[in-house]
Design a protein around this ligand. Structure first.
Ligand code: UN1
Length: 477
């Protein structure tokens, strides 16, 4: 009998499923099956591989509402955002299906006569992907869809908290006709299964989204084995509000980015860098909006802010709030978990706003992954940019201003992988690269055509049709 683990609805603490946990042996078996299947898969023309993704996209589309409900049940995010996430999977399926008809290589003139030179993408073989619970469909699609269309086989470890979405996606691939052995899901709790994937010598690439701490461990093991590793490890994302900003827009942008998904996004806004000239107005208007937010079970369409994923996360968020108070930041609202009387056995945290935060405080430096925002006052545009960049992360940033010169200066100077102008810090589209600078990653990107760089190797091919042995660098006339 396999060991089972419970899947818990974070909105009410109820057990909604039990799933079997894999072990190291199953990882080894999955890799064996993947290796065999990949050899055939790589020979299937890419446009045909892509057909499967079109079918996956269509099934996701047909089942959008039902999948969104399941997603809300196991992850807690509100229905509107759950639908948005399924949509992100649909978009990625169609986009990567299109790549099946491109997968562009390059031709380059050869130095010698009657010689042809080209570079083509080839699959790497078996790849390992490790995905988080906060976007169980979207992030899985950013990684598995390009890997599959490029001709690889995938060993996928989804987060323990959200296995239902992984089951569903695997079933959809099966229904779409993906050959057995190309997508292999292994569940794990703790680090055993993840370590077995990272350490397996036949897995050539690891793509990981999750915490900085785990990402660094994975990177060092991959470094030891000379494996390619692509990492996305969070952010400390800021919205900058200048004096000349459209405040209606800025306030809506902050509220959505900070409290959407209860702040549990890598791209969530957790700092507001505000020009002193509009600080009081921004604070007042944020407080008014927060007052109107409805917190509760995401299945209720009127709810704006759903639960926190589990008790551990709730406690971590609260620890940061205590740290913020001790550091001397001013708590404007929130700062406490919501009580059982009103919210049942789910995990909820009040949307929290600190002001007069110093950029060096821990609540302004470390990722909290919850509905907690630090307002940092500044006196100039230059100071705003400097404060934005003075963190170890570099995922997303945003600026609200009506000065076109500042717009262009900001997109040049903000040191993050994603920059938004007059929009919040969340809402990345799948056909653009997703990832960040500094402690957020290691130079690779999810989604966008750039994801193919993670899951393919470049092969340079020379075809000499001169009929004689031409020696490069020597037989040049
Ligand atoms: C994440 O932040 O964890 O950009 C993923 C967004 C979504 C994906 C977020 N498209 O907000």
């Amino acid at each position: 009998m396999p060991t089972l683990t419970e899947v818990i609805n974070p909105a009410n603490g109820q057990v909604i499923a039990k799933v079997p946990l894999s072990n190291e042996k199953e990882v080894r078996e999955a890799v064996k099956a993947a290796k065999r299947a990949q050899k055939q898969w790589a020979k299937v023309p890419a446009p045909q591989r892509a057909e499967i993704l079109y079918t996956v996209g269509n099934i996701l589309k047909e089942r959008k509402e039902e999948l969104a409900r399941l997603l809300t049940l196991e992850n807690g995010k509100v229905m509107e955002e759950a639908r948005g996430e399924v949509q992100e999977g649909i978009d990625m399926a169609f986009y990567m299906a299109g790549e099946g008809r491109r997968l562009f290589g390059q031709t380059t003139p050869a130095e010698l006569k009657n010689k042809f030179a080209m570079s083509v993408r080839v699959p790497v073989g078996v790849v390992g992907i490790i995905t988080p619970w906060n976007f169980p469909i979207a992030i899985a699609s950013w990684k598995s869809f390009p890997a599959i269309v490029a001709g690889n086989a995938v060993i996928w470890k989804p987060a323990t908290e959200t296995p239902i979405m992984a089951f569903e996606l695997a079933k959809i691939f099966e229904e779409a006709g993906l050959p057995k052995g190309i997508l292999n899901v292994v569940f794990g709790k703790g680090s055993t299964v993840g370590e077995a994937i990272v350490q397996h010598p036949d897995i050539q690439v690891i793509s990981f989204t999750g915490s900085n701490e785990v990402g660094r461990k994975i990177a060092s093991e991959c470094g030891r084995q000379l494996k390619k590793v692509s990492l996305e490890m969070g952010g400390k994302n800021a919205v900058i509000v200048m004096e000349d900003a459209n405040l209606d827009l800025a306030i809506d942008g902050i509220i959505w980015s900070a409290f959407g998904t209860s702040g549990q996004r890598c791209t969530a806004c957790s700092r507001v860098i505000v020009h002193k000239g509009v600080k009081e107005q921004v604070e007042k208007r944020l407080l008014e909006k927060i007052e109107q937010l409805k917190i509760g079970n995401g299945l209720d369409e009127r709810v704006n802010v759903g639960p926190i994923i589990n008790q551990g996360s709730l406690e971590k968020i609260h620890r940061y709030v205590e740290i913020g108070k001790r550091e001397g930041a001013t708590l404007l609202t929130g700062g406490y978990p919501l009580t059982e009387d009103e919210y049942g056995k789910g995990w909820f945290y009040a949307p929290t706003l600190f002001t007069d935060v110093h950029p060096n405080m821990r609540i302004a430096q470390e990722e909290i992954f919850g509905p907690v925002v630090a307002i940092i006052p500044v006196s100039s545009f230059e100071e705003a940019i400097d404060v934005n960049n003075r963190v170890t992360y570099g995922l997303s940033s945003s600026i609200f201003t009506s000065d076109v010169n500042r717009v262009f200066q900001a997109q040049r100077d903000l040191d993050t992988g994603i920059v938004y102008v007059n929009a919040g810090t969340i809402g990345a589209e799948i056909h653009l690269p997703f990832g960040g600078t500094k402690g957020t990653g290691n130079g690779h990107r999810d989604s966008g055509v750039q994801a193919l760089d993670v899951f393919t190797e470049w092969r340079s091919v020379y075809v000499d049709y001169s009929g004689k042995l031409q020696r490069a660098q020597i037989d040049i006339e």
